[in-house]
Design a protein around this ligand. Structure first.
Ligand code: SF4
Ligand code: SF4
Length: 378
């Protein structure tokens, strides 16, 4: 029995069917259908382990878990529900029952275009600020620090890539960017396609090693989770450390490498699941906002209980409507017009929801807010 099969067995055996997890699950909340509850998913995984067949709608339900981890916060037995569901996708693939056809379409797109969002590779560098276009020499000016932008910032939330890059430049951080950046591979990993994920991870790791990369900075919560958790889980210890830009900004502020103007506005802050619950970064973004004098309007459910934006783990790619119905709650509950987030995927999905529902809510990446409020730099 593989390690993850054993882990899944052990975790499932702790469940007493108490259903405490049901009410906090974002997919259950959005559908009011028990098929989309954590308990139902655990029962499906149990059937899978016992060799019983699963209906197509059950397999779909497993793939529609955003792996947000909200259910784990309330389980009285600390069952790692989202990890069990994540591992069950690997079992589904092993048994030839997963992923869903749409996953394969996206994965083929990643292998062909080297990004997960069907972006035209020729346009990947369009985000580079005009001011730095001619001086940016990519790998020709090597550095141990790599700013890895990721697919969403490179193609769909470009201003977050530009601001992150410019902030680091203005703060005098020595770093490089890659001319040809391959997707981090989180999508096939989340779909349970470990062999494809391994292929992508290895190509990236080889490149990082060749370039002498010791430190990777990312503006994306998904890339952060992938490099810091999935790479070592699949390939063992890596030679680099991973930082989300909020950690770097925090350090730059504390060491006074950058200082910020007083902003005096009130903004809502949204905790992304992969930086919050999955990595414990609750204070870092709040400290940055407070440093600017911003009054943080907390959502009713925040920090470890934060509500999911609905897009993670490939869910948006297979059911956009479900992602919309999940994330809508964040827009509806935000009293402020502007919502600050640390993950470009949350931003992209919440912007789409705002557009679809004629909401005037604005989504801003924390790098953009900091960049706009830079007062001075050494
Ligand atoms: S991880 Fe999130 S979406 Fe998945 S079962 Fe738990 S609460 Fe529901
Ligand atoms: S809260 Fe925990 S023990 Fe209760 S049904 Fe959910 S997973 Fe099982």
């Amino acid at each position: 029995m593989s390690d993850w099969n054993l882990f899944v067995h052990e975790e499932i055996s702790k469940c007493t069917d108490c259903e405490v997890c049901t009410d906090v699950c974002c997919t259950y909340y959005a559908t009011n259908n028990r098929l989309f509850s954590p308990l139902a998913r655990l029962q499906m995984v149990k059937k899978l382990l016992n060799g019983e067949s699963l209906k197509q709608e059950e397999i779909r339900s497993i793939y529609l878990c955003t792996e947000c981890g909200r259910c784990e916060q309330v389980c009285p037995f600390d069952i790692k529900i989202s990890d069990v569901i994540a591992d069950s996708k690997k079992i589904l693939v092993q048994k030839g029952l997963g992923p869903l056809p749409k996953h394969d379409v996206i994965i083929n797109g990643i292998l062909e275009k080297r990004n997960a969002v069907n972006g035209d590779p020729k346009k990947r560098l369009d985000w580079i600020p005009e001011k730095y276009r001619s001086s940016e020499k990519f790998e020709e000016t090597p550095s141990e620090t790599l700013l890895y932008l990721g697919c969403l910032p490179s193609y769909l939330v470009k201003e977050s890539a530009a601001a992150t890059y410019e902030l680091l430049k203005e703060a005098g951080v020595d770093f490089m960017v890659l001319k040809d950046e391959f997707c981090c591979g989180i999508y096939p990993y989340n779909a349970g396609k470990l062999e494809i994920a391994r292929e992508i991870f290895l190509e990236n790791i080889e490149k990082f090693k060749k370039l002498g990369v010791k430190r990777i900075i990312v503006p994306c919560a998904g890339c952060y989770r992938c490099f810091s958790k999935y790479y070592p889980d699949l390939l063992g210890k890596t030679d680099f450390e991973v930082f989300h830009i909020i950690q770097i900004l925090n350090d730059l502020l504390k060491s006074e490498k950058i200082t910020l103007r007083n902003n005096r506005h009130s903004f809502t802050f949204h905790d992304s699941c992969r930086l919050g619950r999955k990595a414990g970064f609750y204070n870092e973004p709040r400290e940055i906002l407070e440093e600017m004098g911003i009054e943080i309007e907390e959502l009713t459910e925040n920090r470890e209980n934060a509500y999911c934006c609905g897009s993670g783990s490939g869910v948006r790619s297979i059911d956009k409507e479900l992602s919309l119905n999940i994330g809508l709650k964040i827009l509806e509950e935000s009293k402020q017009n502007t919502i600050i987030a640390t993950c470009p995927f949350c931003i992209f999905n919440l912007r789409y929801i705002a557009y679809k529902t004629n909401s005037d809510k604005k989504l801003v990446h924390i790098s953009n807010l900091v960049f706009e409020n830079l007062a001075k730099y050494d």
